[in-house]
Design a protein around this ligand. Structure first.
Ligand code: 6PG
Length: 248
């Protein structure tokens, strides 16, 4: 697998078209793998429409649920009963109804600290992967979903934080968030997120236009540095895409 291949930007009309295109890519990645499949979900508001679509008959019937495992790229250190818990949102929107419980892999948030939770999740990922170091020829995930925050963060890797430069750990505790909600976080690191066949960013709405322009221009931001060792795709809607990028 070639490292650091370039990013592809795919633009669609609006948020509804974006969710549909994302759901089609999820199904395409699933269809490519006849064995055990691993999908790393994301938090925030951007993936909610995708999750709702995956719960509809047209999509859920095409997912081989017993073979698909669901992880999360970052978590807020709040109980699973809290509406800000990323995996709880995915659970309530689609996972809990269709996925076998053993195939849902939340980041634990009932431990003493985010650091403890990170260490536990790293152990879980390593045990699932079956090795303690990542082999570029054998990606950890089939698909990693991502979002872009207003400060250019992705997962819970915030600009200027040491977590962005972590190369050894797969998962780290992030004691303080740079944006709301201001709760401690747990995040997969760039090398762990990169270990996938496809990294798929969903970016929609005018409020994302400025930061998306900065990310796509290659500014040194976590969302610019996050790349798959396979394919990296930015799925964006017209409102988020600046004229200058659209033209070029
Ligand atoms: C989180 C996320 C985070 C998110 C971006 C975009 O836990 O907050 O995983 O990285 O993807 O902040 O968030 P929105 O989709 O809400 O704009």
């Amino acid at each position: 697998m070639a490292a650091r291949v370039s990013r592809k930007v795919i633009s669609v009309a609006d948020a509804a078209a974006l969710a549909q295109a994302a759901a089609d890519r999820v199904l395409a990645r699933i269809a490519e793998n006849g064995g055990r499949i691993a999908i790393c979900l994301t938090g925030g508001s951007s993936p909610k429409a995708l999750y709702e679509l995956l719960a509809t008959d047209a999509y859920r019937a095409r997912i081989p649920w017993p073979r698909v495992h669901w992880f999360i790229g970052d978590e807020r250190f709040v109980p699973s009963s809290d509406s800000r818990n990323n995996m709880a949102v995915a659970g309530a929107t689609f996972l809990d109804r269709f996925a076998p419980a053993a195939n849902i892999h939340p980041i634990p948030t009932d431990l003493v600290s985010p650091g403890d939770a990170a260490a536990r999740y790293e152990d879980e990922l390593k045990s699932f992967y079956g090795a303690a170091s990542l082999d570029p020829a054998r990606p950890l995930f089939d698909l990693v979903l991502m979002g872009v925050g207003p400060d250019g963060h992705t997962a819970s890797l915030f600009p200027g934080y040491p977590a962005v430069d972590e190369t050894a750990r797969w998962v780290v505790g992030v004691p303080k968030a740079n944006v709301e909600p201001f709760v401690p976080r747990i995040s997969l690191t760039l090398p762990a997120l990169a270990s996938c066949r496809e990294m798929l960013f969903e970016v929609a709405g005018e409020s994302k236009r400025t930061i998306l322009t900065r990310v796509l221009s290659g500014e040194n931001l976590p969302a610019s540095r996050a790349r798959s060792n396979g394919e990296t795709v930015f799925l964006v809607d017209a409102a988020a895409l600046a004229e200058t990028i659209r033209g070029g």
